[in-house]
Design a protein around this ligand. Structure first.
Ligand SMILES: [Cu+2]
Length: 190
């Protein structure tokens, strides 16, 4: 009950009034949607549902949820910020040398028009880094996603305990050139 009500509230807050009024018309013909788009330029066409963040006592953690795009244009999440720290990255989980590791996803998260992009453990996620204090189960942080059209969407992610999403972090710089030559290996044993 509670979650579906807050979900509803979130959607209503994010939907511009003009879009609500135009919705019945838009359903009759796709050409009519252009009018709604021009009045909604600064409003995000995306919403985020089922958002949560993994409780942690460490310095970094992942945040997850389902990003939906109600617009008729593909949108890309290009960056994110949170109230929990000053450093946030968009991460993906990839296979490196036979192990699942997470690293920055340079191209961002593409949310297809009329579709969704799922952030979940073991896959794409919002990485909250350089945490100054622990995030306990039940705590909430605000996450803001910035889209490539300049719009933003802010939502609350509640912390929960989870035994998932513990992939080793590989900073983007280490992805290439690590094995270019053996000289760097010399000093690593002491
Ligand atoms: Cu990560």
């Amino acid at each position: 009950m509670t979650s579906s009500r807050s979900l509803m509230t979130t959607r209503l807050l994010l939907l511009p009034a003009a879009a609500l009024l135009a919705a019945p018309l838009a359903a009759c013909g796709s050409d009519d949607t252009d009018a709604a788009d021009t009045t909604a330029q600064t409003e995000a066409a995306v919403t985020v549902d089922d958002a949560w963040v993994k409780a942690t006592e460490g310095e970094m953690t992942g945040s997850f949820g389902v990003i939906s795009n109600s617009g008729d244009t593909d949108l890309t999440v290009v960056s994110a910020t949170t109230t929990a720290s000053d450093r946030t990255e968009l991460h993906e989980v990839v296979m490196i040398d036979g192990e699942m590791k997470m690293t920055e996803k340079d191209e961002g998260f593409v949310v297809p028009a009329g579709g969704e992009h799922v952030l979940e453990p073991g896959a794409d996620h919002v990485m909250v880094m350089d945490l100054q204090e622990p995030i306990a189960a039940g705590d909430s942080i605000d996450v803001t996603l910035v889209l490539d059209d300049g719009s933003e969407v802010t939502y609350s992610a509640q912390a929960r305990e989870a035994e998932v999403g513990d992939e080793e972090y590989v900073p983007g710089d280490d992805m290439d050139g690590d094995d270019m030559d053996g000289d760097d290996m010399e000093g690593e044993d002491s």
